[in-house]
Design a protein around this ligand. Structure first.
Ligand code: GAL
Length: 396
């Protein structure tokens, strides 16, 4: 966690060298749409173990979430054990056999993700990958791992000790590039998720070190104010985003109990407009029908996974009333009318404001209701709530 002391956005954009750019150009889009799945941290934190992971994989299939598009079952921090005499990493007692676990997850048509740090220790104080990057990547590939979240953690202090911002930044980029190369060298497609809380604007260089996604903020919590604070900080980032490479405003909190259903729909809608990874962070084996309905809404998922692969942005803000718009394939748009105040509010959006000529065909996504061809849409949006529209050009 010490790495966070450096401060988000404190340093200017990377002066990325030619080598980084070359590596970036060679990179394939391993994740052509934002990754979808589940991650252990938000709900289980240090309690995650083999049985939990199997139960989540079972529940992902049984609940229908796999068929809705969720694929990755991602083990976060606290799986790590000791290294043997040859330096090979082993899981701790909570995970008796990682290869068998991967086989179990794969047999369900799912993929398995894991977690490490470029520092000596992970954020929870477990063994990191420093000095063992290539070896760890090979181990992950041998186990059948499909996704790595690589969390800055204890590399932070050595960066702070580097003496200058440029040197510290170079240490970070080199560390992320090293693991990026190590993963590629395994020959196994492993999605590479950079987790360094948005320091040094990773949206400018994440692709160049082999990343498919990168965290843009510090950690989410299961509170409406924190979730909104994170979403607001994403305004303006769409212009840096390219298809196949994703800004990651952190995992979902839907179903963890700290927000109500209206607020969780706002959370999902924002993440879909942001083309964010949809990594459920709740206990899939014990979720309410309401939580499942929010996580599995096909219209919202279709927006998140839209094949154009372009992130949306804020178009208008009047106090707590915000209009966010995401361009979709075929000239359609996802439009979110967000009311961040505590009380209901009248909101509207016109086809003209969306640069659509004449009337536009509007669909209320959460209500799954066609609204017909409209020049202007009006709604009373509940406090902390959203009306999410899919709007298509009609040409008249
Ligand atoms: C944090 C990270 C969290 C989680 C945690 C584990 O740095 O942002 O998402 O991975 O470490 O220790």
């Amino acid at each position: 966690m010490a790495g966070r002391a450096i401060g988000k956005g404190a340093w200017a954009a990377a002066s990325v060298g030619a080598a980084w750019l070359l590596l970036g150009q060679a990179a394939q889009a391993a994740s052509p749409t934002p990754p979808m799945g589940w991650n252990s941290w938000n709900h289980f934190a240090g309690k995650v173990d083999d049985a939990t992971v199997r139960a989540q994989a079972d529940a992902m299939v049984k609940s229908g979430l796999r068929d809705a598009g969720y694929r990755y079952i991602n083990i976060d921090d606290t799986w790590e054990g000791a290294r043997d005499a040859e330096g090979n990493i082993h899981p701790n007692a909570k995970f008796p056999d990682m290869k068998a676990l991967a086989d179990y997850v794969h047999a369900k048509g799912l993929k398995l993700g894991i977690y490490s740090s470029p520092g000596a220790k992970t954020c929870a104080g477990y063994e990191g990958s420093l000095g063992h990057e290539a070896q760890d990547a090979q181990t992950y590939a041998k186990w059948g791992i499909d996704y790595l979240k690589y969390d800055l953690c204890s590399l932070g202090p050595s960066m702070q000790a580097a003496g200058s911002l440029e040197k510290a930044q170079a240490i970070e980029l080199a560390a992320y590039e090293k693991m990026g190369r190590a993963l590629k060298a395994t020959g196994r497609p492993i999605v590479y998720s950079l987790c360094q809380y948005g320091f040094y604007q990773p949206w400018r260089w994440g692709t160049s070190v082999g990343g498919e996604l990168w965290r843009t903020t510090g950690d989410i919590t299961d509170k409406f104010a924190r979730m909104i604070q994170i979403a607001e900080s994403q305004a303006g980032l769409a212009r840096f985003q390219t298809p196949g490479h994703w800004n990651d405003p952190d995992m979902l909190e839907v179903g963890n109990g700290g927000m109500n259903a209206i607020e969780y729909r706002t959370h999902m809608s924002l993440w879909a407009i942001l083309a964010a990874p949809l990594l459920a962070g709740n206990d899939l084996s014990a979720m309410s029908p309401e939580t499942l309905a929010i996580l599995s809404n096909r219209g919202v998922i279709a927006i998140d996974q839209d094949p154009l692969g372009k992130q949306g942005d804020r178009l208008r803000q009047e106090g707590p009333l915000e209009l966010w718009v995401r361009p979709l394939a075929g000239g359609a748009k996802a439009v979110g009318l967000f009311n961040l105040s505590d009380l209901p509010a009248n909101m509207e959006v016109s086809a003209a404001e969306l640069s659509l000529p004449g009337a536009a065909a509007m669909h209320d996504v959460w209500a799954d209701k066609d609204l017909g061809r409209l020049k202007t849409f009006h709604a009373v949006v509940p406090g902390h709530g959203v009306v999410l529209l899919r709007v298509a050009r009609t040409g008249d």
